[in-house]
Design a protein around this ligand. Structure first.
Ligand SMILES: Nc1ncnc2c1ncn2[C@@H]1O[C@H](COP(=O)(O)OP(=O)(O)OP(=O)(O)O)[C@@H](O)[C@H]1O
Length: 338
């Protein structure tokens, strides 16, 4: 049984002119203990999908799915309180905007101590001893996420520290409760490269030691590939391809995945000095002006007349894709035989 099992999830914004669909019939399955990346350019619907999972979308949004299960429990049938409990006990989320995740008028120390599980102070401890123990645990967590000067940080208010430090605090708070599932929305966006590597090592460690599953949201294919074993690629509210990370980078089936891989220097090998990186022409369509048929159609170098019809999601050798003219199927077939 999958930890997370979503089938045909549609998220639409209620506007004066009717419903505007932002995420269209997206399916996603995450196995227990898996690190799964949700990749795609900004505006593809990754954050909306994550917020729908944790039940954080306001009434402005309509969320419909054929199936939306967490460990066999129907998320759509849960009331607000049950959803909150699930968030507190099982699922944690790191949001894109770290500073906004913290209370601006409370010192970091109080916020961090508040987030720690009370089981640490189980037993006959008086207030001061319990607090000392919690504080020590908070410092250990801060060191794990790469904070060196913990004393200064603990005394500070969120506005007195950098966005990168805010992000580290938010990550420490998220992993403090040892969630079964961590949803991380661009967790390294505000971090310097060395800190990114450190965070990924930490997340991998939590994944291996505590079987913490991770859903990583990233607009950057390289970041997604560094941590994940599977990638689901989104474009303009559709899933265009999903499969094992290594294979997908080696043999992308959807033209959008191919373009994302080609525009990432770390995958495409040698880059001639000052040569522009290959990229798709045009930009991501707005919600109000979605092309009919395949949403990549107007930007796709392989587009043909048939692309005005929406391609069905097909499966091949463990890969699912939505394209009339898939790439690399022969290479995948051969690879499977060898
Ligand atoms: N509150 C909102 N009101 C109107 N449109 C919204 C709102 N939130 C998201 N959208 C639109 O929904 C689409 C998907 O947004 P979403 O934030 O999920 O994308 P994303 O892939 O997470 O990109 P990013 O990383 O930039 O947030 C975008 O077109 C976005 O403009």
């Amino acid at each position: 049984m999958s930890l997370l099992d979503i089938k045909n999830l549609t998220i639409a914004l209620n506007t004066q002119d009717g419903l505007v669909t932002a995420v269209d019939k997206v399916s996603l399955s995450l196995a227990d203990g898996e690190i799964h990346a949700l990749a795609g350019e900004s505006g593809s619907g990754k954050s909306l999908l994550a917020k729908a999972i944790i039940g954080l979308l306001s009434d402005d949004w309509t969320v419909i799915a054929d199936r939306m299960f967490y460990e066999g429990e129907d998320l759509q049938a849960m009331d607000f309180q049950q959803r909150r409990e699930l968030m507190g006990n099982e699922i944690a989320m790191i949001f894109q905007d770290p500073a906004n995740s913290l209370d601006p008028i409370v010192r970091i120390e109080e916020q961090l101590l508040e987030a720690l599980p009370r089981t640490i102070t189980k037993g006959p401890l008086n207030f001061f001893r319990a607090r000392k123990k919690l504080r020590q645990q908070a410092i250990t967590l801060l060191h794990q996420v790469g904070v060196k000067d913990h004393e200064r940080l603990l005394k500070a208010y969120p506005h007195e520290i950098s966005e990168g430090l805010c992000q580290k605090v938010v990550i420490a708070m998220a992993i403090a409760l040892r969630p079964r599932l961590l949803i991380a929305d661009e967790p390294t966006a505000t971090m310097e490269p060395r800190a990114q590597g450190q965070l990924f090592r930490l997340l991998r460690k939590f994944n291996q030691l505590h079987n913490m599953s991770i859903l990583l949201l990233s607009h950057d294919m390289y970041t997604a590939a560094q941590l994940s074993t599977r990638i689901t690629m989104m474009y303009s509210g559709h899933v265009v391809e999903s499969g094992l990370t290594e294979r997908m980078i080696q043999f992308p089936v959807h033209p959008y995945t191919e373009a994302m891989v080609a525009s990432t220097p770390s995958f495409s090998g040698q880059v001639t000095k000052k040569a522009p990186l290959p990229e798709l022409r045009g930009g991501v369509p707005t919600l109000q002006h979605m092309p009919i048929g395949c949403r990549l159609g107007p930007r796709c170098p392989y587009a043909q007349r048939q692309c005005v019809e929406l391609p069905l999601l097909k499966r091949f050798k463990g890969r699912s894709y939505r394209c009339h003219y898939p790439l690399n199927l022969d290479a995948l077939r051969k690879k499977d035989k060898s």
